[in-house]
Design a protein around this ligand. Structure first.
Ligand code: JB2
Length: 213
């Protein structure tokens, strides 16, 4: 039987995960959020705990955690939460929307989250604690590192390899066989056609504006 779930974080990303989990009839025992939970009917009726230490009220063997903190460039909180509770012995649930399409021959590591409309093709590997956000496409043979965020609508063509803590922004496109090193941020809408060095920000090309005479 599936274990009950405790959600870490109570913002927009957590609301999307809870919606998926409720549709799958999973039991949610609470949310841990130091700030007030976001205004959304999704959170109605769920117990809220205010401190990360409140997680210890739940036995490691009886629940799984869901990492509801969204990753933001230059903010490691999501990765810190994952490694902190893993080190203590808690497990993280892998959350996969019923409205995503995942090849039978793809592999997802612990704590991966695949949101509605995402497609993950054959032989892709998604590293622990990474998010494949709504409508993103991960083509065949891609290897996605740990703690990545592939934002809504981004497309990674075949055999793209991202290392740890990469953020691919909304609607960005990466052509096939590209290597993206760790801590890279690909800006929303950028088109990547060559390998990217570690700790690089890739800005999208700006449209040149000219008044028509
Ligand atoms: O130390 C903490 C902590 N710090 C902030 N421990 C715990 N347990 N929770 C923490 N939080 C919680 O993170 C706040 O209480 C708040 O509920 C949540 C942050 O919510 P916010 O709506 O600001 O962001 P988000 O993480 O849900 O979503 C971000 O990432 C998504 C992928 C946003 O950028 C979204 O737009 C994006 N879709």
């Amino acid at each position: 039987m599936s274990k009950s779930l405790l959600i870490i974080g109570g913002g927009g990303h957590a609301s999307v995960l809870i919606d998926i989990l409720r549709q799958q009839k999973r039991e949610i025992v609470g949310i841990v959020s130091p700030q007030a939970v976001a205004e959304s009917n999704v959170f109605e009726g769920i117990n809220v705990f205010l401190k990360d230490e409140d997680v210890f009220e739940f036995d490691k063997s009886s629940i799984k955690l869901v990492n509801g903190i969204g990753p933001m460039p230059k903010n490691d909180l999501r990765a810190i939460i994952f490694s902190k509770f893993k080190a203590i012995g808690y497990e993280f649930e892998t959350v996969v929307s019923d409205n995503s399409i995942i090849s039978l021959y793809a592999n997802l590591e612990e704590g991966v989250q695949v949101l509605p409309g995402a497609i993950i093709q054959t032989d892709a590997l998604i590293g622990a604690n990474s998010i494949i956000n709504s409508g993103a496409i991960i083509e065949h043979g891609c290897i996605i590192g740990r703690n990545n965020h592939i934002a809504p609508g981004a497309t990674l063509s075949g055999q793209v390899h991202t290392r740890e803590s990469v953020h691919v922004g909304t609607g960005a496109s990466v052509i096939q066989n590209i290597n993206i090193e760790r801590d890279v941020v690909i800006g929303a809408g950028a088109i990547i056609t060559s390998d990217v060095e570690p700790r690089t920000i890739c800005y999208p090309a700006r449209a040149v504006r000219k008044v028509i005479k």
